[in-house]
Design a protein around this ligand. Structure first.
Ligand code: M6R
Length: 604
């Protein structure tokens, strides 16, 4: 949450910061700001409430320089407003700071050191920069010393990625990191920083990830990193092999639709990367999983829903019991664990703070952990023992689509590999490359017929206040993901329900014209779900059925091409994603950046 950028040693600093922020807007978009330094004591602070486009309107030709920092915000402390937007500055106007994270003890720090300082914002961040100003003046510290001192005062619960400018020292930026992501980008005669490599890919593909507790000083030709003990350290450089255009919208009006449409290609990429590449899954990973008595899948939001499907895949293909946990619950109320647990973290971004908190805890117990993520070198990837990448390409829309189906496909690939390693018949007999190929074709058929879904959305979802998705067994997992998709982008209050459970209370909510979308992909449960459909119809519901071809009747509205039953969630979710997309678009909402949300949730 929140995105930060910075650059030192580039005469186009203003435009680079703005373009970088545009790339990071998925991380937060309620306000934004930049500070650009031209020369000593001549800097420009510009802030705006709302989107980066609003910030651009505040910028004129005067705002130029070769050192700068920028921020796009997802509010934690203090409402979204121009005043609360970053950068914040010290009372004497010397220091400017941007911050991603949360200061746990900001009130105590304020009371202890800043009684005589009037804070202008309601943010926790302002306390950091005011403290830097306070100690620099009181103890005659330079910027680096003051920064070190202040991050040392932040309590254990605090998280931060921050960047600081001292307006008396042009061509320098100081940064610090703990728990929140921060990359240092290396260039020729310039250096930069960003929360996500995507923001600076047009300038460089060489990056360094700071470790927690690191502080650093950047100048155009030099970077000096110090670890938490004050030792100068070298952190490993890596290159990001990603075309900057992969994160462009191209001809699409919205990223969400582009990303829905990309799913067939992602399935094919995964077949190629994992099933047609020898030894794509580390033998050591399979050996560690073979020893486990139980798998614990830990995730949040859509990734949690992918975990529910994963449970089915691991239990059926690898015959190992699986528990799926919401990360924020597990973190503070862990279940009684099996003696030999194996942890799988599912996270598109690889940065979700709730999941990371669990990872840190279970690594303290030395339990083995694997991360499935779309972002190489992300925090969860670096801190787990093993990583499997989703290879879905950048996912920009806040509503996760292609990462969800990629997570399920990778879980299927891993579950089968584990089943094969255990010599289990069902895993041995499954031709997964062929089945995922069929899934890709089925997804293609559905996205090619999106106009039908567009019509259904107009007919049934344009004005409703609430809606239900229902399904049984694995269709229930799809139902709750489908409901999350619809509610987060269209603001229709939607619940996903186990179809048989409705009549135990929730059916009381069904009124004339309430949309109920029923998912039916299994012969075993089809008749029962159809009975539930009749029950809600009898109470006036407007029903849409999403049914696999082999089970379909003439009355069904959306027909799913048949695929292997275990893989049906990959196909069933596609029309649900499209329904959510069109419901949001037809209602005139900002599909890619729904209100109150951020793509990467880096606070607990
Ligand atoms: O990056 P992660 O997969 O860890 O993110 C988890 C959730 O925040 C995320 O899936 C969220 O629920 C999406 N907005 C869903 O579309």
């Amino acid at each position: 949450m929140c995105g930060i950028v910075g650059i030192v040693g580039h005469d186009q600093a203003t435009e680079i910061l703005l373009q970088g922020l545009e790339k990071l807007e998925y991380r937060g978009y309620d306000s934004a700001g930049i500070y650009v330094l031209k020369q000593a004591n001549q800097g420009f602070l510009r802030k705006a409430s709302g989107r980066i486009s609003n910030l651009r309107q505040e910028i004129d030709a005067k705002v130029s320089g070769n050192t700068g920092i920028g921020h796009t915000r997802w509010a934690t402390h203090g409402q979204p407003s121009q005043t609360n937007a970053h950068p914040h500055s010290s009372a004497d106007g010397r220091f400017y700071l941007v911050h991603n994270g949360v200061v746990g003890n900001f009130k105590e720090l304020k009371e202890t050191y800043l009684k005589d300082v009037t804070l202008v914002s309601q943010t926790d961040t302002e306390v950091i920069v005011q403290l830097i100003g306070y100690f620099a003046a009181k103890e005659n510290l330079d910027a680096f010393e003051a920064l070190r001192k202040v991050v040392g005062l932040l309590d254990e619960s605090s998280s931060y990625a921050l960047a600081l400018i001292d307006q008396t020292q042009p061509e320098k930026i100081w940064i610090a990191k703990n728990k929140s992501p921060l990359l240092l980008g290396l260039g020729t005669d310039f250096n930069c920083i960003c929360s996500d490599a995507m923001a600076m890919l047009k300038l460089t593909n060489r990056f360094v990830e700071l470790a927690d507790g690191d502080v650093a000083q950047l100048s155009p030709k030099q970077t000096v990193i110090e670890d938490v003990k004050g030792n100068v350290v070298k952190r490993k450089e890596f290159t990001v092999d990603q075309d900057a255009s992969a994160s462009e919208k191209g001809a699409y009006e919205h990223y969400m639709l582009k990303e829905i449409d990309e799913q067939p290609a992602v399935m094919r990429t995964l077949v190629q990367k994992y099933l047609q590449t020898p030894n794509a899954i580390d033998e050591k990973l399979l050996a560690a999983m073979k020893q486990a008595q139980r798998i614990y899948i830990v995730a949040a939001g859509t990734s949690y829903h992918a975990g529910l499907v994963g449970k089915e895949l691991f239990e059926k293909l690898a015959q190992i019991p699986v528990e799926v946990h919401v990360a924020s619950e597990f973190a503070y109320n862990p279940p009684l664990l099996a003696q030999k647990p194996f942890f799988i973290f599912l996270s598109q971004s690889g940065e979700t703070a709730d999941s990371r908190s669990v990872l840190v805890q279970i690594k303290e117990q030395n339990y083995p952990a694997l991360t499935l993520t779309n972002v190489a070198n992300s925090t969860l990837s670096r801190e787990a023992d093993y990583t499997l990448l989703l290879h879905a390409g950048p996912e920009i829309a806040v509503a996760s689509t292609k990462a969800y189906t990629a997570q399920i496909a990778v879980e299927a690939i891993l579950a089968q590999a584990l089943g094969k390693a255990k010599d289990l018949q069902r895993a041995n007999e499954l031709d997964l490359a062929q089945e995922l190929g069929k899934v890709a074709n089925a997804m293609q058929t559905l996205v090619d017929e999106k106009y039908k879904i567009e019509q259904l959305a107009k007919q049934d979802l344009l004005t409703t206040r609430n809606a239900f998705y229902i399904g049984r067994a694995i269709d229930y997992a799809t139902a709750i993901e489908a409901a999350l998709k619809l509610k987060e982008v269209s603001y229709i209050q939607t619940e996903g329900f186990a179809a048989g459970e409705l009549k135990h209370g929730t059916i009381a909510l069904i009124e004339e014209q309430t949309p109920v979308i029923a998912l039916i992909t299994s012969a075993k449960t089809a008749a029962h779900t159809r009975s539930n459909v009749q029950e809600v119809k009898a109470r006036g519901a407007q029903v849409i059925t999403i049914v696999k071809q082999a089970l379909a009747t003439k009355q069904d509205q959306i027909i799913l091409p048949d695929v292997a039953e275990l893989l049906s969630p990959l196909v069933a979710i596609v029309p649900c994603q499209l329904l959510a997309y069109y419901a949001s678009k037809q209602r005139g909402y900002d599909v890619d950046k729904p209100r109150n949300l951020a793509k990467s949730v880096t606070v607990e």
